[in-house]
Design a protein around this ligand. Sequence first.
Ligand code: CA
Ligand code: CA
Ligand code: CA
Ligand code: CA
Length: 342
Amino acid sequence: MLSRMCQGVTAEQCPTREPIHGKALKGYTFKTLLNLSSFECLYYCHDEIRCQSYNYVLKENICEMNNRIKEAKPDQFVSDPDRLYDKLGAHRVSLGSTPALPAESCEEIKISEGGDAVSSNWWLDNGSGEAILAYCDMREPEVSDTNMWPSGTFALPRPKLGCPESNDFDWKFGWRFQDTEDTNPKSGRSESFHLDADVELSRGSYVNRSFCNKEKDSLLKREKAWPQEKYCVYKKGVCPLGLSEGFVHWDDEDRNNVNKDGGSLPEGVYGSDTRIFFCCRTDGDKSDPVPLPLSKPFYLLAYGSSDCQLVKGAITTTEYIIFDNEDKNNQDSSGGVHPFIK
Ligand SMILES: [Ca+2]
Ligand SMILES: [Ca+2]
Ligand SMILES: [Ca+2]
Ligand SMILES: [Ca+2]
């Protein structure tokens, strides 16, 4: 009996067993052997280079050799009252370390082998069952704080140069066209102006501006809080921690209104008038510079006064848009905590 061979030898030479009862790895059995004890199953697995783990059918004495371990395929590790599962210990060949056992991807090797997966050449399946040698970079992706926006979802005004850099999510683009007053239109903008926005007085008079929306919180687990000081961003979803909410309502042109919009927009009501919600930090001092990503220009919205919140390492300039809203029975309004308007 194979099982007796192990008695009397040292523990290191003897494959260790930590079977998990009532579980099995499904879909990765490459060889099935009949009429074996579970211990024999372990030994045959040990002798087979591709064998990473095995399922054992208790009542029928069937040995199922798997070419993966449960760590590599956690979704396929399922309850099965008829089976037990066990993997090879120290003698197991690393996934991707031999052409007999190519991995689906570098990522799979990383998941299967954990800390033992070093950056080097590994065997991968080219998709048609052929093993090819490929270099896998197993380093953790670098996350530089300098390109990391704070946690939560929000939106920013879009600069002409495009949305700011971000290495842990993609900005979603959107735009809002507001039909401003047609009679003697007096809309305007600051002399310095780098917003991705048109302020048009002829041709119907309108303001069309765009937004950069962070729709999902970063997948990276690290949290970066919004710095205390005084500024606002557009609300997208719920306000990030520490920021308070409010709105501004624009009474857009009443007559033959042609308001329109597209893409991803801040929280708001976008009909023949425009209401947009904001999230503002109000508990600090504008002259204390906040640390935010600087690799491209960006806008914060001013809170409390037209003065800019200072940003660490950046030069700040105030820019603005004048909206000439409906002249007749004007319904402009604002509520809660919102950016400075006058
Ligand atoms: Ca107009
Ligand atoms: Ca209106
Ligand atoms: Ca009007
Ligand atoms: Ca007006």
